[in-house]
Ligand binder design. Sequence first.
Ligand SMILES: C/C=C/C(=O)SCCNC(=O)CCNC(=O)[C@H](O)C(C)(C)COP(=O)(O)OP(=O)(O)OC[C@H]1O[C@@H](n2cnc3c(N)ncnc32)[C@H](O)[C@@H]1OP(=O)(O)O
Ligand SMILES: NC(=O)C1=CN([C@@H]2O[C@H](COP(=O)(O)OP(=O)(O)OC[C@H]3O[C@@H](n4cnc5c(N)ncnc54)[C@H](OP(=O)(O)O)[C@@H]3O)[C@@H](O)[C@H]2O)C=CC1
Length: 445
Amino acid sequence: MKDILDAIQSPESTPADFAALPLPESYRAITVHKDETEMFAGLETRDKDPRKSIHLDEVPVPELGPGEALVAVMASSVNYNSVWTSIFEPLSTFGFLERYGRLSELTKRHDLPYHIIGSDLAGVVLRTGPGVNAWNPGDEVVAHCLSVELESSDGHNDTMLDPEQRIWGFETNFGGLAEIALVKSNQLMPKPKHLSWEEAAAPGLVNSTAYRQLVSRNGAGMKQGDNVLIWGASGGLGSYATQFALAGGANPICVVSSDQKADICRSMGAEAIIDRNAEGYKFWKDEQNQDPREWKRFGKRIRELTGGEDVDIVFEHPGRETFGASVYVTRKGGTIVTCASTSGYNHEYDNRYLWMSLKRIIGSHFANYREAWEANRLIAKGKIHPTLSKVYSLEETGQAAYDVHRNLHQGKVGVLCLAPEEGLGVRDEEMRAKHIDAINRFRNI
Ligand SMILES: C/C=C/C(=O)SCCNC(=O)CCNC(=O)[C@H](O)C(C)(C)COP(=O)(O)OP(=O)(O)OC[C@H]1O[C@@H](n2cnc3c(N)ncnc32)[C@H](O)[C@@H]1OP(=O)(O)O
Ligand SMILES: NC(=O)C1=CN([C@@H]2O[C@H](COP(=O)(O)OP(=O)(O)OC[C@H]3O[C@@H](n4cnc5c(N)ncnc54)[C@H](OP(=O)(O)O)[C@@H]3O)[C@@H](O)[C@H]2O)C=CC1
């Protein structure tokens, strides 16, 4: 592994040098264990502690198949899907690996008693499998997390519709929270040159998801002037949704839960901000019943902030706790676009407000290669910036996932894998200097 790191850090290394590097037999990886899937049985979701289920193991390097690449991972980031894996909710991800393993001889590799998690990476290609022409050893890359087989016609308009569509490092093995990762070569994208490894690894999953959900025609298709209600506006998804809204000439109405988070949204350029904690919204009277008066109070607050207008788009992901309010406050003909249900997946809303006001609910999930590419291109051009706050070592990944699970973090949390320290990997200092304040906006808060 030392030779690999030396090659990555030497400006003299050539593609041939990388191709000639021997692969190690094993590497360090963040895992959860199949024989521990019941360890949190009977506990409340919030009491399930990722620090107990997440391990750092030495694992063998997987065999490289056609269309695939092995990547030396310099840095990764924590996504909420790794939190779900680590608390074995809503399902154990070993079920996904078993199902994938049944597909073919090659996919059997994924069905193991350990799951290497992580759905983001920035690093360097070490080896490519047969049939890979677009990428070579030595290429500095980021990887998006869409894994597709594309053997069915269903996925050929929009790869997210492939029946064998999976999220790498969640529904497949050999993820990014590790020193080496196995990806399909059509997950690879150029690493933005003005960013360090950990900055480049931070946006991937959430930036691509927010792009499809809010901007793409496959999502809400946001346009100039739209009022966009963004839940968790300084969180993983929300910090990119807020930037897309501002960069696209829309008006974000940012919902957050503290003064500090409100300040972060202001520093991104948002003006309309609702502190859900300070304003004390209680959309649920009890476990079963919502309080429409609270929906109305929330809607009035939005109208105060917009000069009397309702929202064209709601960027939804909290789910059960907020969905009734989200449907209510959307304007006639508006769109609620949802990609998650953090607080519960059985949503309830008053359907009269949907059909009588001709609103639409759109389901959105990650992004196809093109959407992920467009989202990454905006990062590479300095139009959208990483929202990296804190960076942990690989050993500390359990703590990093705990922070995200307990909503103690801001924006994105990074993890150094092979990178020995923060700040390495920048190839375009001039461009970096232009955007340095925006790049550092979320750091150490
Ligand atoms: C990028 C980051 C993203 C995120 O962070 S997202 C957040 C994290 N993700 C999640 O929380 C999602 C976790 N996944 C799940 O909870 C489950 O994954 C799903 C609920 C999405 C699906 O569950 P399943 O058990 O895989 O699907 P089924 O459809 O309930 O059961 C499969 C069996 O049901 C059959 N079936 C499907 N549709 C129908 C139908 N319309 N009528 C009759 N049968 C149906 C299938 O064929 C199959 O059958 P057979 O088991 O025999 O293969
Ligand atoms: N389908 C897909 O492709 C994707 C789905 N996801 C899913 O989206 C969800 C959010 O992910 P991500 O943004 O990375 O997570 P983060 O935890 O980084 O951000 C979510 C933010 O939502 C807000 N929030 C959390 N719970 C509630 C609640 N009950 N009511 C209102 N606001 C709440 C919090 O902000 P505050 O406290 O400031 O209000 C929090 O910071 C997860 O469930 C994740 O699995 C994520 C990426 C892709």
